[in-house]
Ligand binder design. Structure first.
Ligand code: ATP
Ligand code: ZN
Length: 312
C-alpha cells in the first residue's frame, strides 16, 4: 500500500539505517562502534582510494591517508578520482571527495613518502599520536591498511608496525592486473612481511620478477575493486568482531585472541574465480629484529592466552 511505501522512504532517508540493520539482523552486536575506530591507509591508489571510500560510507570514525603522488589523467582507468582532480595530491583529492560524502569522518591527509627518513618518522608518530575520534578520545590507530604497489613501501609499513606492535593488513594486485591478495599481520603472532619471502600473488608470480624497467603495469578497476572490497570486508569483521577473519581469530573487547600462531592469507585469481587461502606462521629466523622481539613477547604470553581461551 501507499502508506507502507512512504514509511519505507522515511527509513531510507537515513543513510545509516541500512547499515544499522546489521545489528537488528544479529550480524554485529553494535554497528555504531564503527565510529570509535581509526584506520590508517597507506597508498591512496587503485585499492587504497576505494577502501577509503568504503570505510567513509560505512561511517568510520577517523581515516589517516598517506601517499606522495598526485592525481594524473592516467589514473582514470581506476575508480574514485575524477578528471577535475588532476594535479591535486591524492591525499588532498581524497579528503575533498570523502568529506563531501560523509562530513562526520575525521580525515587526515599526509602527503609523504614513507620510505624516506623524515617521511617514515612522520608516519610513525602519526600512528601513535593522541587522536580525536568522534566517540572516543585516545591515541593511535586501530588498524593500518597497506595499499602500496612496491616492495620497499611494504617493508616500511612492516617495520613501523613491528616496532609499534600494530596490527595491519597487506593488499596487492599483480602487475598483470588479474590477481591479488590480502593478508592480516599481527606482529609476533603471524608471519611478518620479512618472515616469508615477499608475498607471492595468486597468479603464482613473484612481484619483483614481474616488475621490469620500462614495462608498464596493467591495471583493471575490477580487480582493484574486488581486492579493496575483500580488504574492507575483513577490516569491518576485525573491528566490529563478526564472522571470522581467519579460522582462529576471536575478539574479546579490545583484545584479539589467536588460538593458533597462524593467519590466513587470501588470494584472488580473477581468471579462474579462485580464492586460494594459506596460513603463515612467523619465521623464528626472521631478519627483522622488531619481529623477533614481538615473537618472543607472544611466546611469553602464551600460557596466559591459552588459559583465557580455555576459560571462554
Ligand atoms: P601506477 O604505478 O601503475 O601508475 P599507482 O602508482 O597509482 O599506479 P596503485 O597500485 O594504484 O599505483 O597505488 C599505489 C599507491 O601507493 C600509489 O598512489 C603510490 O603513490 C602509493 N605509494 C607507493 N609507494 C609509496 C610510498 N613509499 N609512500 C607513500 N605512498 C606510496
Ligand atoms: Zn618477521
Amino acid at each position: 500500500s501507499k502508506v507502507e511505501d512512504m514509511s519505507a522512504e522515511v527509513v531510507d532517508s537515513n543513510p545509516y539505517s541500512r547499515l544499522m540493520a546489521l545489528q537488528r539482523m544479529g550480524i554485529v552486536e553494535n554497528y555504531e562502534r564503527i565510529r570509535d575506530f581509526s584506520v590508517a591507509i597507506v597508498g591512496i591508489g587503485g585499492v587504497g582510494s576505494v577502501a577509503a571510500e568504503m570505510l567513509t560510507r560505512c561511517g568510520i570514525g577517523r581515516l589517516l591517508l598517506y601517499d606522495y603522488d598526485k592525481v594524473e589523467l592516467a589514473n582514470m582507468n581506476r575508480l574514485f578520482f575524477r578528471p577535475d582532480q588532476v594535479g591535486l595530491t591524492k591525499t588532498d583529492a581524497a579528503v575533498q571527495t570523502l568529506s563531501d560524502i560523509n562530513p562526520d569522518v575525521v580525515l587526515e591527509s599526509y602527503t609523504l613518502n614513507i620510505t624516506t627518513v623524515t617521511g617514515f618518522e612522520t608516519f610513525m608518530s602519526s600512528l601513535t599520536k593522541k587522536s580525536f575520534c568522534p566517540n572516543k578520545e585516545g591515541s593511535g590507530v586501530d588498524l593500518v591498511l597497506s595499499c602500496v604497489d612496491n616492495y620497499e613501501a611494504r617493508m616500511a609499513v612492516n617495520q613501523a608496525c613491528n616496532e609499534l606492535s600494530q596490527t595491519w593488513m597487506e593488499s596487492g594486485v599483480s602487475e598483470d592486473a588479474v590477481s591479488g591478495h590480502i593478508q592480516l599481520l599481527i606482529p609476533g603472532e603471524t608471519a611478518c612481511f620479512a618472515c616469508a619471502p615477499p608475498l607471492v600473488v595468486a597468479s603464482g608470480v613473484d612481484e619483483r620478477t614481474l616488475k621490469r624497467e620500462g614495462v608498464c603495469a596493467a591495471s583493471l578497476p575490477t580487480t582493484m575493486g574486488v581486492v579493496a572490497g575483500l580488504l574492507v570486508q575483513n577490516t569491518l569483521k576485525l573491528l566490529l568482531g563478526f564472522g571470522q577473519v581467519s579460522p582462529y581469530l576471536v575478539r574479546d573487547g579490545d583484545v584479539f585472541f589467536i588460538l593458533l600462531p597462524e593467519l590466513l592469507q587470501m588470494g584472488y585469481n580473477s581468471l579462474k574465480d579462485f580464492f586460494p587461502t594459506m596460513q603463515m606462521k612467523p619465521n623464528p629466523q626472521c631478519s627483522n629484529v622488531a619481529c623477533l622481539k614481538r615473537q618472543e613477547e607472544y611466546m611469553l604470553a602464551k600460557p596466559a592466552r591459552d588459559a583465557a581461551a580455555k576459560a571462554k
